[in-house]
Design a protein around this ligand. Structure first.
Ligand SMILES: Cc1cc2nc3c(=O)[nH]c(=O)nc-3n(C[C@H](O)[C@H](O)[C@H](O)COP(=O)(O)OP(=O)(O)OC[C@H]3O[C@@H](n4cnc5c(N)ncnc54)[C@H](O)[C@@H]3O)c2cc1C
Length: 468
């Protein structure tokens, strides 16, 4: 049965979640339009990993060849001390035997550009910051900061960690006394890092750039809260991330800030403040250098000055070969929301689950949300409020559990890498020798619960293989 002909989906946000949602809706023959606050899309970030479980979806969308051209398969993660002594290695290739697919590592800006190139120009309006929503009998009227309005039978909030869609939805639910207290808690963050991607480097100087696959090297600092990740990308570039737990976070974020620096922060403090965080910066705002104190980036990178570079030379050579525009300061925020939909409005991606960015769980979970929701919209019997609520409930039931598992696994992995002290050292050396099930699950993708496909498109042949 084709989807209802009067179904029109408004997507708020042209990040990875919004763009992939648009591409999937296009394939499903569903009318959609994307509203993006930035007037010029200039994606930031460093490397991003796509999980093996989402590769079938990429294949179904006809993007696999272009994705391969941008990426390298992830082979493993080697953990070293800052002096270069090998502590252990996690082999990520087991997914190849189990799934017939491997995780792909690429630059986030490259991925964003690829997805953006698949969105027809008339389906995206930039410079549109959504500030209001009003539900009518047949849909939702969305208002932007410049007072323009757009209409959709449903609205998908794909507007990131400081989602305006979520904020508007929650304000209404809060007034009705129907919002769980925990959904009002601020995002939690106790770690931060500086990430970057070099300009193209000389493969003669860095022979690692000639490899066809990608090995992530983690350099663990001793007696200091800073570690470094480093990995080669296509285009002769090297991605890096320097950071760890930061006690200074507690000094620099007031209780009224949208981010909490302690897990036990009061429930009512720091309600997401979309006006301060959602609109700053050139893209999503959160990763913009403008919302962080400037000396920190330099301080953090100074902490790794004496680390031994696994590619030869100094790690500072790599940091210094990074153009300023490709360096971002990032808070590693996390939060799982309990309310993902209300009426005709639904959330996907970071707007409903902000996950610490390890193994690309953020992007992969956003893609899985989009696939699940588009499958349901494709099977929608009518655009009545009852039918829409019914599919949103099913979407939440299917996606919230796997997203929580992914979030927990990412947090456990972050703790494993960043925690300091004797106990943490012991745990690391055991884990790196005998990789535990939770870590393997996360790496090979079983944390997602299933290996989804888009029901309305031909199946990729390898997806028929059982992998459980
Ligand atoms: C700048 C940036 C860099 C990142 N870098 C990395 C990385 O290097 N590695 C990694 O693993 N993960 C990274 N992430 C996280 C990862 O991209 C996300 O977890 C994942 O892609 C899901 O994101 P999303 O599309 O749900 O939200 P986002 O990527 O945050 O996208 C949200 C979009 O909504 C738009 N928006 C926000 N508010 C409004 C509004 N009111 N009206 C209209 N539009 C609005 C924003 O401008 C943005 O384009 C990064 C995220 C950002 C924002």
């Amino acid at each position: 049965m084709p989807p209802p002909s009067d179904l029109r989906v408004l997507i708020v946000g042209a990040g990875l979640a919004g763009l992939i949602m648009g591409i999937m809706l296009g394939k499903a023959g569903i009318d959609y339009h994307i509203l993006e606050q930035a007037s010029r899309l200039r994606p930031l970030g460093t490397s991003i990993t796509l999980h093996p479980v989402v590769i079938d979806l990429v294949d179904q969308l006809g993007l696999l060849e272009e994705m391969f051209a941008l990426s390298r398969p992830l082979r493993g993660i080697t953990v070293l001390t800052s002096k270069g002594r090998r502590m252990g290695r996690i082999d990520t290739r087991s997914s190849k035997q189990k799934l017939g697919r491997q995780a792909l590592v690429m630059s986030r800006p490259d991925l964003h550009e690829l997805l953006l190139s698949k969105i027809p120009a008339h389906r995206l309006t930039t410079g549109m910051r959504v500030i209001g929503m009003a539900e009518t009998q047949s849909g939702v009227m969305v208002t932007c900061a410049d007072e323009s309005t757009f209409f959709g039978s449903v609205v998908v909030g794909a507007d990131g960690a400081y989602s305006a869609t979520r904020h508007i939805m929650y304000s209404s639910l809060k007034k009705q006394g129907r919002l769980p207290e925990s959904d009002l808690n601020p995002l939690f963050a106790d770690k931060q890092c500086v990430v970057g991607m070099t300009c193209p480097l000389d493969p003669q100087k860095y022979p690692v750039l000639l490899n066809n696959s990608c090995e992530v090297k983690v350099l663990l600092g001793k007696d200091q809260h800073t570690s470094m990740w480093i990995l080669p990308l296509r285009g002769n570039r090297i991605a890096w991330c320097v950071g760890g737990p930061d006690p200074r976070l507690q000094l620099n974020y007031s209780p009224s800030s949208p981010v909490s620096s302690g897990r036990s922060s009061p429930a009512s403090s720091g309600r997401p403040s979309i006006s301060s965080s959602g609109s700053s910066g050139s893209h999503g705002g959160r990763h913009s250098t403008s919302d962080w104190y400037p000396e920190t980036a330099i301080e953090i990178c100074e902490d790794v000055r004496n680390f031994k570079c696994p590619y030869g030379g100094s790690v500072m050579d790599i940091i210094e070969a990074t153009p300023k525009g490709l360096v971002s300061k990032v808070l590693l925020e996390e939060k799982m929301y309990h309310t993902w939909h209300h009426g005709r409005v639904v959330l996907v991606g970071d707007a409903c689950h902000k996950i610490v960015p390890f193994f690309g769980q953020g992007a992969s979970q956003a893609i899985l949300d989009a696939a699940c929701l588009v499958n349901m919209l494709h099977g929608l019997p009518s655009i009545s409020a009852e039918d829409i609520t019914a599919i949103f409930e099913k979407y939440f039931a299917q996606r919230s559990g796997p997203a929580k598992v992914a979030s927990d696994s990412s947090r456990e992995f972050a703790d494993l890498i960043y925690d300091q002290g004797f106990k943490a050292d012991m745990a690391r050396s055991i884990v790196l020798r005998f990789t535990p099930t939770w870590l393997l699950r996360m790496i090979i993708g079983t944390s997602t619960g299933s290996r989804p496909v888009l029901d309305f498109l031909p199946r990729p042949s390898s997806s028929l293989k059982s992998w459980q």
